[in-house]
Design a protein around this ligand. Structure first.
Ligand code: AMP
Length: 383
């Protein structure tokens, strides 16, 4: 097994599993530093493929393609968590995968992830794991209404989730059990959703992005506001929770910790072992972006500073927002537009984001609200 950490210098090739927008933004940061990029993705001309030096088109579980990626890369990283177990084991034994496979194993399964968070002494919403309809019904009674049922494997952006508000809703969650075990979680009446993105290198450098306040609409991130509009004590607590988890799980690479703020307390909702949508603001607004920090971390370079340089609000551009955004491009003076190069603008698909900077988050939000984009969300975001 290859386990010794090495320093990967610019000029080397970074292999990325997954060719989506996170891979693309990692690749752009890496290329600025002088690295070359190879990417494995089932599609050609993927967002990352468009900026990579080498594109390998194959499924993530295609072992021949994984071997090919390994043969052209000096270090391997990934942009999403659902990598096939066999591929992961092979990668860990035969390539340089400084992030290892343990964090992926934990975050691929909500049951294991919750157990680990609890083991580290970090509060989470009450939960139970269920495998049958009867267990589901019993868990709903025990946890109480309302609650949220989520598949343990493979869900994202609210996919594989059902909110159970009354006993009749339980039936809607039966289908989730067809795929695998589920988690039933108490519904948290949070004041805010927050996230901290932490990076750690093998040499032990750790950095945290400034605390982000996140607004979701229909379970998909809509806006990230930084600085988060919370007391200093909440900020400290949130960073401390992220630190506890990153240290407890021996993080190498980047970890996003998603949290709920409830009566001044922090509950951790979910972990993502990679750069995260709620850290995109850091490209323009921080000394070093989450993508640069991630590349520095996996290459064992010293991590950069993450000081916030300006108040900032990041807004996602979903499929239904692309047309109106481009029609109003003249109005995006203080907005930095990022489009990911995806061809098909499907509804709810993340096509890009815009980062708005300004004197205060209040001013920025006013500017955003005056734009004719995201009109259907404005009522929900007011609250
Ligand atoms: P997740 O896939 O777990 O990140 O959930 C997506 C979004 O659903 C979260 O960002 C929250 O807005 C909402 N959500 C998830 N779990 C809960 C919960 N237990 N209580 C309240 N809202 C939740």
């Amino acid at each position: 097994m290859i386990s010794l950490y090495k320093t990967i210098l610019p000029g080397s090739v970074i292999g990325i599993i997954g060719g989506g927008q996170l891979g693309r933004m990692m690749a752009i940061a890496a290329k600025e530093m002088g690295y070359r990029i190879a990417v494995l993705d089932p599609a050609t001309d993927s967002p990352c493929g468009q900026v990579a030096d080498v594109e390998i088109k194959a499924h993530y579980h295609d072992m021949e393609a994984i071997r090919k990626l390994a043969s052209v890369s000096d270090v391997i990283t990934y942009e999403f968590e659902n990598i096939d177990h066999e591929a992961l084991v092979w990668l860990q034994e035969n390539t340089y995968l400084p992030q290892g496979s343990e964090l992926l194993r934990i975050t691929q399964d909500r049951e294991i992830e919750k157990r680990e968070i609890v083991r580290l002494g970090v509060p989470v919403a009450p939960y139970q794991i269920v495998k049958t309809e009867m267990e589901l019904e019993e868990a709903v009674v025990q946890i109480g209404l309302p609650c949220v049922v989520k598949t343990c494997l493979g869900g994202y952006d609210g996919k594989g989730q059902v909110v159970v508000r009354n006993y009749r809703d339980i039936e809607k969650a039966y289908d989730l059990l067809l795929s695998d075990k589920c988690i039933v979680e108490g519904f948290v009446s949070f004041e805010k959703e927050l996230s901290v993105i932490v990076s750690r290198s093998p040499r032990g450098d750790v950095s945290f992005l400034p605390l982000a306040e996140n607004i979701h609409v229909e379970n998909i991130l809509h806006q990230t506001i930084v600085p988060a509009r919370v007391d200093e004590t909440v900020t400290e607590k949130a960073i401390l929770r992220a630190k506890q988890i990153a240290e407890g799980l021996n993080l190498v690479g980047t970890l996003a910790v998603e949290m709920f703020l409830v009566n001044g307390d922090i509950y951790v909702n979910e972990l993502a072992p990679r750069p995260h949508n709620s850290g995109h603001y850091s490209i323009e607004a921080c000394e070093s972006s989450q993508f640069e920090q991630h590349i520095r971390a996996i290459c064992n370079l010293p991590l950069g500073g993450t000081r916030l340089l300006t108040p900032v609000v990041m807004v996602n551009v979903l499929g239904e927002h692309v047309g109106i955004t481009l029609d109003n491009i003249e109005l995006l003076k203080s907005g930095k537009l990022h489009l990911y190069g995806k061809k098909e603008a499907k509804r709810k698909r993340k096509m890009g984001h815009i980062t708005f900077i300004g004197e205060s988050v209040e001013n920025i939000i006013e500017t955003i609200n005056a734009l004719p984009i995201w009109n259907e969300y404005k009522m929900e975001v007011q609250s």
